[in-house]
Ligand binder design. Structure first.
Ligand code: GA4
Length: 341
């Protein structure tokens, strides 16, 4: 069965808009998945998957480790930082001056790097930490590959494994990021029972992680039941932000810059952000960023170049792209620098 969810818009300028964000049932027929996933990637660069086959236990174990880590005293967490780019980070994002209302753990997904990091992140339990991370990464990587093979089929590519091969490569530069957005300060301490002010109706929204696109091929994100993620509707001329309802039974999937380049702009690397408001609790999300190896060449696939869609991106290596991305701010449209004019 394929379900399309209908979500209300909360946007200053578009009060009455209803935008359906696709939810795709991974247990449905292959041809239906191919069609719907491709359309979702063209229209939104984003969709959710349910019945994905990743055991709840694997997700729960990963998230428990995350929550236990973020509950430690600041002095202990700081021993696993600063994030440059890997390790524990708080407030600062990247190295170009961006900040957010969160703390995070950023890890390279290669098991060798995981076990090195485990020693500072979980000194008393490093073997178990590595096990839990490797198990989680193994599962989400497979889900990413399954989705990428369906996308390649939908695009009619001769080599349906062209994207998944890069992520499965032993030298893949894939990452895992755990984000913890503490409850807004206004929420705690809890209001006095004698106070006559109502706090539940105040709805000041605050940016917790600023607007950006993900640089990699594909992102597979899981979150707890706390809202905050919004995507920018690619079809709107102005800024039309679509709130994504949290659903712990689903994974969010989004197209990254590399997939946009390799599909010659047919699939869109969606801009997204995380907002918080006074009624939010603590949000935790776990994102897997499926990446090519550093030396891999990225160029539009020949099948995506047509008379109506001439080649619009230069060829570049992932390492070249990474150097550019780290030199720019979070919200920069970095892929634009690789456009052919
Ligand atoms: C955005 C997506 C991932 O979270 C990330 C981020 C990375 C970082 O936090 O180190 C970057 C950002 C992200 C893109 C531009 C640069 C690099 C922060 C930043 C300002 C881990 C990634 O790969 O790119």
């Amino acid at each position: 069965m394929v379900v399309l969810s209908v979500m209300p818009m909360h946007n200053d300028h578009h009060h009455n808009n209803i935008v359906p964000v696709p939810i795709i049932d991974m247990s449905s027929r292959r041809d239906m998945k191919v069609e719907l996933i491709l359309k979702a990637c063209e229209d939104f660069g984003f969709f959710q998957v349910i019945n994905h086959g990743i055991p709840d236990k694997v997700i729960a174990r990963m998230e428990k480790f995350g929550m236990d880590f973020f509950s430690l005293p600041a002095s202990e967490k700081l021993l696993a930082g600063p994030a440059n780019p890997f390790g524990y980070g708080t407030k600062s994002i990247g190295s170009s001056g961006d900040t957010g209302d969160l703390e995070y753990l950023l890890l390279h997904s290669n098991p060798m790097f995981v076990s090195q990091r485990a020693r500072t992140i979980s000194p008393n339990n490093s073997k178990e930490f590595s096990y839990v991370v490797n198990e989680y990464v193994g599962e989400v990587r497979e889900l990413a590959c399954e989705i990428l093979d369906l996308i390649a089929q939908g695009l009619g590519l001769k080599d349906c494994g062209v994207f998944s091969t890069m992520i499965r490569d032993i030298d893949s530069d894939s990452l895992l990021r755990l984000n913890h957005y503490p409850p807004s300060p206004s929420q705690s301490p809890s209001p006095s029972p004698f106070s006559c002010k109502s706090t539940s109706t105040t709805n000041t929204t605050k940016i917790r992680f600023g607007e950006h696109s993900d640089p990699q091929i594909i992102t597979i994100l899981h979150s707890n039941n706390v809202a905050g993620l919004q995507i920018l509707s690619p079809s709107s001329a102005g800024s039309l932000w679509i709130p994504i309802m949290p659903n712990p039974a689903a994974f969010c999937v989004n197209v990254g810059d590399v997939l946009q380049a390799m599909t010659n702009g047919r699939l869109v690397s969606v801009r997204h952000r995380v907002m918080g408001n006074k009624s939010n609790g603590a949000r935790m999300s776990t994102a897997f960023f499926g990446s090519p190896p550093l030396h891999a060449w990225i160029s539009p696939m020949p099948e995506t170049i047509t008379r109506f869609r001439p080649c619009c991106y230069k060829s570049f290596t992932w390492s070249e792209f990474k150097n550019v991305m780290y030199s720019l701010r979070l919200g920069h449209d970095r892929l634009d620098l690789f456009r052919l004019d």
